[in-house]
Write a protein that binds this ligand. Structure first.
Ligand SMILES: [Zn+2]
Length: 320
């Protein structure tokens, strides 16, 4: 079936979301993935469709972010600006960063709209999943939180009743967790390196949502040096948790920085972690929400790992 192919966002404007050669989030981290993607596309051309990036409007950005913050980023990124960092030292400001960050968001929303229209059921934005940006602040290399904007878009514009957000990036998805902590329509599950040993320092087991949303969030912190075995145990627990709820789409942040050898974290996964998570979530989406799943590349600062982990996700979601 035509709707069974995977849409993959691909284009120069998208991959140019980076902070230069001396910053961990630089373009070269994605080069091996791009090569793997081209090989997969050659092997199974009918199963992967490349989609051009798109630019978000300011109204789309403010579905999640405050108007003041959007204005601040625009000014900080304009020529002559004296702002060097958008946060406390992780996320540099540079000319064009407003546009580049807006392209990540616009591309995520374009894929979401493709899914909502029924033209496809599965999509992947390799540069998306910028899960540390808060409503009013940048954080951890993330300027605009495309995943959080996709959640607001799904709930407010598409009228979805609920979404499931699943995050296996080595870092806790704090920008999604805290800004939806009290929202029962966002079911949340996050496996990450224990916050006592890694940025952003959050995502403890006792953080299970608040108010009406209490019990609809699950955080699964793993100690440093955890590998596939620990990951798969946490994943299994998470899948039992997710099974209790109903939702209209699965959002999957598949950060590659948990694989052994990442320069910023201390986890020891292999590509099997990403393969297993993608398989489990695809099956979950088939049962719960007609197979609708939107995946994001997230973090990952070792190019070999990024190639391995993201191509595992693409292979599973494209059925290759
Ligand atoms: Zn990360």
């Amino acid at each position: 079936m035509a709707e069974d192919r995977l849409l993959v966002a691909f284009g120069d404007e998208l991959f140019s979301y980076d902070f230069g050669p001396y910053h961990p989030l630089n373009r070269s981290r994605t080069e091996l993935f791009v090569r793997r993607l081209m090989e997969l596309k050659e092997r199974a051309p009918e199963k992967i469709e490349l989609v051009e990036p798109a630019m978000a409007t300011e109204d789309e950005l403010t579905l999640f972010h405050t108007r003041e913050y959007v204005e601040f980023v625009k000014l900080a990124c304009s020529p002559g600006s004296k702002v060097r960092y958008l946060d406390y030292g992780d996320t540099p400001a540079y000319p064009n960063c407003f546009t580049r960050a807006s392209v990540v968001v616009g591309t995520t929303l374009k894929l979401l709209r493709e899914i909502a229209s029924g033209r496809a059921r599965r999509a992947f934005n390799p540069v998306g999943g910028l899960h540390h940006a808060r409503r009013g602040a940048a954080g951890g290399f993330c300027i605009f939180n495309d995943a959080a904007i996709a959640i607001e878009y799904a709930l407010k514009v598409l009228g979805y009743r609920a979404v499931a957000y699943v995050d296996i990036d080595a870092h806790h998805g704090d920008g999604v967790y805290y800004d939806f902590e009290e929202n029962p329509r966002v079911v949340f599950f996050d496996i990450h390196q224990d916050g006592r040993t890694l940025y952003p320092g959050t995502g403890h087991e006792y953080e299970r949502g608040k108010g009406e949303a209490l019990g609809r969030k699950m955080n699964a912190p793993l100690p440093p040096y955890s590998g596939d075995e620990e990951f798969l145990r946490a994943l299994e627990k998470g899948m039992r948790f997710l099974e209790q709820f109903e939702f209209d789409i699965v959002l999957f942040q598949a950060g590659a920085d948990g694989l052994a050898g990442d320069p910023l974290t201390n986890l020891m996964y292999t590509r099997r972690a990403h393969e297993s998570a993608a398989k489990a979530l695809l099956e979950l989406a088939e049962r719960k929400c007609n197979g609708r799943i939107l995946a994001f590349g997230g973090g990952g600062y070792n190019p070999v790992n990024v190639g391995e982990a993201w191509s595992a996700v693409v292979e599973v979601l494209a059925g290759i």
